[in-house]
Ligand binder design. Structure first.
Ligand SMILES: Cc1cc2nc3c(=O)[nH]c(=O)nc-3n(C[C@H](O)[C@H](O)[C@H](O)COP(=O)(O)OP(=O)(O)OC[C@H]3O[C@@H](n4cnc5c(N)ncnc54)[C@H](O)[C@@H]3O)c2cc1C
Length: 316
């Protein structure tokens, strides 16, 4: 249902661009727009400083040093080296309830499309079914019917001159949106720990998978070497390394610390908690938790990534 511009109640309003689909579907997607050039060079320079080695030019740092200092950062409590890696993502296809959670990160900067001015068209079609509602089910019909009814009412209000900032009051939490997200690697990994945990809403896990993919695929574009040849930018391999999921990076917080960190009376169950507790009690590091070749004695037992990553019911 389209809006009639002439009847809009606020000159500043504009039609919200359609949400970009992936394989024909609306899903949370991250696009990496920018990252610190030579990120592991920056990490190595900081690590070298801790050892009293000044760096006047990142070109003086070898790739071996880049790899070495990256590995070493995970053995130290000091988090500053990762803070030298800045990241700028554009995120799209996430719900408004998701961005409400995102912006609780006080260490990041955000710029979101405002529904005060962005008039949503094709609103209902841009709202996917939540993971607990199967396509074609009775629940799906209830959900979809309500979305179209709500879209109709919203559009009617906007077209009759009600400013979008008022009409948006009708819109559901599931309305999809877009925003820019500036963070640094230390804070990103802190949030990956919190939000890849089964305690967080499933939408986070889909977004984090897309964040990792965007980082791995990030290229600064070709650069021209001294002989005039276009070559892949020297830092491309670094992003692939940084975004590799490891127990210390893109994994639930229990993998980072070696034990479950959600144990309060207000925390919820978790499908892997019993095994995490058993591993913690036996001092087994999280690097080994997924090893299916070891004969674990119960209640220990190998934990597959999919168990927490792909299961929306993992904390129910
Ligand atoms: C599973 C889960 C469930 C949640 N449920 C709820 C809920 O039901 N209700 C709710 O309201 N919220 C909820 N939250 C949000 C949560 O309470 C935090 O607000 C959010 O996760 C941000 O986390 P943070 O404070 O660690 O991160 P950030 O805000 O990014 O801060 C990171 C760290 O930076 C430091 N820092 C940041 N700002 C300052 C400052 N001004 N001064 C000093 N130090 C600072 C602190 O050390 C902080 O730990 C939930 C979060 C998760 C992961």
């Amino acid at each position: 249902m389209s809006s009639e511009v002439v009847k809009w109640g606020d000159d500043a309003q504009y039609v919200s661009e359609p949400i970009k689909k992936k394989d024909g579907r609306i899903v949370p997607q991250a696009f990496m727009l920018w990252g610190t050039p030579d990120p592991l060079g920056a990490v190595a320079a900081v690590g070298r400083m801790f050892k009293g080695i000044p760096t006047y030019d990142l070109a003086d740092i070898t790739d071996d040093e880049r790899r070495l200092y990256w590995e070493e950062t995970f053995k130290s409590h000091l988090r500053a080296p990762h803070e030298f890696i800045q990241l700028h993502f554009f995120v799209e296809g996430v719900s408004r309830s998701h961005t409400h959670q995102m912006v609780r990160q006080r260490t990041a900067t955000f710029a979101q499309e405002s529904l005060r001015f962005a008039v949503k068209e094709d609103l209902a079609n841009e709202i996917p079914l939540p993971p607990s509602i199967a396509e074609g089910s009775g629940a799906a019909k209830v959900w979809t019917d309500m979305m179209f009814e709500m879209e109709q009412a919203y559009t009617k209000l906007v077209n009759s001159g009600v400013p979008a900032e008022d009409a948006r009051g009708l819109l559901p939490h599931a309305t999809t949106t877009r925003l820019h997200w500036r963070t640094n690697l230390n804070d990103l990994l802190h949030h990956a720990g919190n939000r890849l945990c089964t305690q967080a809403q499933f939408e986070w896990r889909i977004l984090m998978i897309s964040v990792m993919k965007a980082m791995r695929e990030y290229v600064e574009g070709d650069y021209i070497d001294n002989d005039g040849h276009a070559r892949p930018h020297p830092s491309d391999w670094q992003w692939k390394l940084i975004a590799q999921p490891t127990p210390q990076t893109f994994a639930p917080i229990c993998y980072h610390t070696g034990k479950c960190e959600f144990r309060a009376i207000f925390d919820r169950p978790c499908v892997i908690r019993d095994r995490v507790d058993a591993f913690a009690a036996h001092g087994v590091p999280s690097e080994m938790w997924g090893d299916e070749n070891i004969h674990w004695e119960e209640p220990m037992g190998a934990i597959r990534y999919e168990e927490w990553l792909m299961n929306p019911d993992a904390a129910r």
